[in-house]
Design a binder for this molecule. Structure first.
Ligand SMILES: [Mg+2]
Length: 285
């Protein structure tokens, strides 16, 4: 499966914002491990992990993204020593099942749906008011996208993903035009770009970055003794990288060669999912 991605309609609207730099200019965490350790400053890491493209390679269909036993054992060992949360665009029960480690904190739907072991699920009641709109848009997307070969509509609890990884270049303009048409009918939703997927979410001010800040507060991890860390690969992870600028240490999983134009807020980089796991293993106390 190809790692190459297109970022044509990036949600990074201000390409010259402070802190943004090309992925190639971001120091590699493994090759510069001393600098990486220095950045942690002896503080206890509070670790936030994306799932797809970070703990598992990107695959053609979402249900095929299975975590390797080595990855699972690494995250499990880490979570026995440090606070570890998985923050994913997937529905929370879906990513919980895929990761299969009950002791972790899970935030699904880009941080809208949070579960901390031993506590109530922290869902947002506001989100539930969007269910009728999401139902309507889901039906419309099936109407306009099902006839396009390779297009895949994935209904999640708090969003709808329109995947185009399997849509041919010839059919893509039709796919995009159909999506534009449905989006024009649903001003209550906003579009987020992912890897070969457009995700329609409630138009409210919440994202992975806000979710991480919220969790740090809820879990009592805001003090100077902790260093928040976020590992991610996708554009939606940039919200967390940006929020943690100057405060945490963030790691992007991206090969600089895959997209020379891509800019990131991340502090360090690794090139592959294997390197994410290597780094996590090395960090485990
Ligand atoms: Mg990802």
């Amino acid at each position: 499966m190809s790692w190459s991605t297109t970022w044509g309609n990036s949600t990074l609207t201000d390409a010259n914002a402070p802190g943004l730099r090309p992925v190639a200019d971001v120091p590699p965490a493994l090759a510069q491990y001393d600098a990486f350790t220095a950045a942690l400053g002896g503080r206890t890491p509070a670790i936030f992990l994306d799932y797809d493209g970070t703990l598992t390679p990107i695959v053609a269909r979402p249900e095929l993204a299975v975590m390797s036993e080595v990855s699972r054992a690494t995250v499990d060992a880490l979570a026995r020593k440090l606070p570890v949360a998985v923050v994913s665009g997937r529905d929370r029960p879906d990513v919980q099942k895929l990761v299969g480690i009950d002791s972790l904190i899970f935030a699904g739907s880009h941080g809208f749906d949070i579960h901390v072991p031993g506590r109530e699920v922290m869902g947002s009641e506001i989100i539930d008011t969007y269910t009728p709109v999401l139902d309507r848009v889901d039906a419309r997307l099936h109407e306009v996208l099902d006839p396009i070969k390779g297009a895949l509509v994935e209904r999640k609890k708090f969003s709808i993903a329109a995947h185009y990884r399997l849509v041919s270049d010839d059919d893509y303009p039709r796919f995009r035009a159909a999506l534009d048409q449905v989006e024009a009918e649903a001003p209550e939703l906003k579009e987020k770009l992912g890897k070969k997927v457009f995700e329609l979410q409630p138009k409210i001010d919440w994202d992975k970055g806000k979710c991480v800040l919220h969790l740090l507060q809820v879990l009592g991890l805001e003090g100077d003794a902790y260093v928040p860390m976020f590992f991610g690969d996708d554009v939606t992870d940039e919200d967390a990288f940006r929020e943690l600028q100057g405060r945490g240490v963030t790691v992007i999983c991206a090969e600089p060669e895959a997209d020379l134009a891509r800019k990131t807020y991340a502090t360090f980089r690794v090139d592959t999912v294997d390197e994410v796991i290597q780094l996590l293993r090395r960090m485990t106390p």
